[in-house]
Design a binder for this molecule. Structure first.
Ligand code: ZN
Length: 326
């Protein structure tokens, strides 16, 4: 009976927004809602808000009984044994209970995974990963993370965090501090949150560029006035600002090291890439990785392509999580 149910809920918990979708086993999203996470409701408020969003999305036509379950992909880190998010760097609470309160409220199975682990399931079920047994999903977003599906199964680790590639050390001199408190991590240089700091470092402290190279750069003015954003950097590069292009090239070199480390660790046959940095700047981000990654790998270089599921990859993953045992 349970196996016949074809409708389920997918929930994506991001740094700022909650997203909820109603979808089908074959990967059609029928309805979705996005709301900013209500910080004032406290840690317990997160599951209450998700519950309210699910009820709104179901309306009067669909009953809870018709649902296979609720799948959640969340920004981490996770404590999967307790069904909770713990000490999330992007959310203001130490412990966010999710599985138990939602299971109590709805009486259907609730499954929780790190958002990137969910995303790789989404790729496997509905994206480019169909038919692939060795697949990696990497997000270049506010942070950097991966979902790892190798030898036909999801790799999890003792707490569900076996894929913290954003915290691979790519700079042994540890020039920049990562949000996790350690130095030299990939995410400290190439994540959406940290790119402006890295640019400032290259220009002001490391003095990586000569006065000639920086002359007339609009980027420099933005750095000096502390207005530079990650999006601004890529927009200037697209407009042909030569300093912005040099910095984007530098980011490509570092991304290639991060991707190579992941390839050496997991030996995937396909890597799909998501997250706004990649999705909005494909031509600036992916070609340098493809070109340089082989300089650092011992394993055969896999296909590296943009996710076809776009910004919804996490939602598709959360949806897929409901059907993994079918
Ligand atoms: Zn770190």
């Amino acid at each position: 009976m349970e196996g016949k149910k074809r409708l389920a809920i997918g929930v994506d918990i991001g740094a700022t927004n909650l997203r909820v979708a109603l979808g089908t086993k074959d990967g059609r999203i029928l309805a979705k809602r996005t709301e900013p996470t209500n910080i004032r409701g406290g840690a317990e408020g997160v599951s209450l808000q998700i519950g309210a969003m699910i009820r709104k999305i179901l309306g009067s036509e669909i009953s809870i009984k018709d649902l296979k379950g609720i799948g959640i992909g969340s920004t981490g880190p996770m404590d999967l044994k307790r069904g909770a998010v713990v000490k999330a760097s992007n959310l203001p609470w130490d412990f966010i209970p999710l599985v138990e309160p939602l299971q109590e409220a709805f009486g259907i199975p609730v499954r929780l995974l790190n958002d990137c682990a969910a995303a790789v399931l989404g790729e496997k079920a509905f994206g480019s990963g169909i038919g692939t047994q060795n697949l990696l999903y990497i997000t270049l977003s506010t942070g950097i993370g991966a979902g790892v599906f190798i030898d036909g199964r999801l790799i999890m680790g003792k707490d569900g965090n076996a894929h913290e590639v954003g915290h691979f050390t790519i700079d042994f001199e540890g020039r920049l501090l990562c949000g996790c408190g350690r130095r030299g991590h990939w995410e400290a240089y190439c994540s959406g949150r940290n790119i402006p700091r890295y640019v400032k470092f290259l220009v002001d402290e490391a003095k990586e560029f000569s006065d000639d190279e920086m002359a007339g750069s609009l980027l420099l003015a933005e750095v000096r006035s502390q207005r530079l954003t990650t999006e601004g950097l890529f927009n200037l590069a697209k407009a042909g600002d030569s300093l912005a292009l040099k910095i984007v090239e530098r980011l490509g070199m570092l991304n290639a090291i991060g991707f190579a480390d992941a390839i050496n660790a997991y030996d995937p046959e396909l890597i799909t890439v998501g997250g706004p940095i990649a999705l909005r700047n494909e031509e600036l981000v992916l070609p340098p990785i493809r070109k340089l990654v082989g300089n650092h790998t011992v394993n055969r270089v896999p296909e590296i392509e943009l996710t076809r599921l776009g910004e919804d990859v996490g939602l598709y993953g959360a949806l897929a999580l409901n059907f993994v045992e079918d």
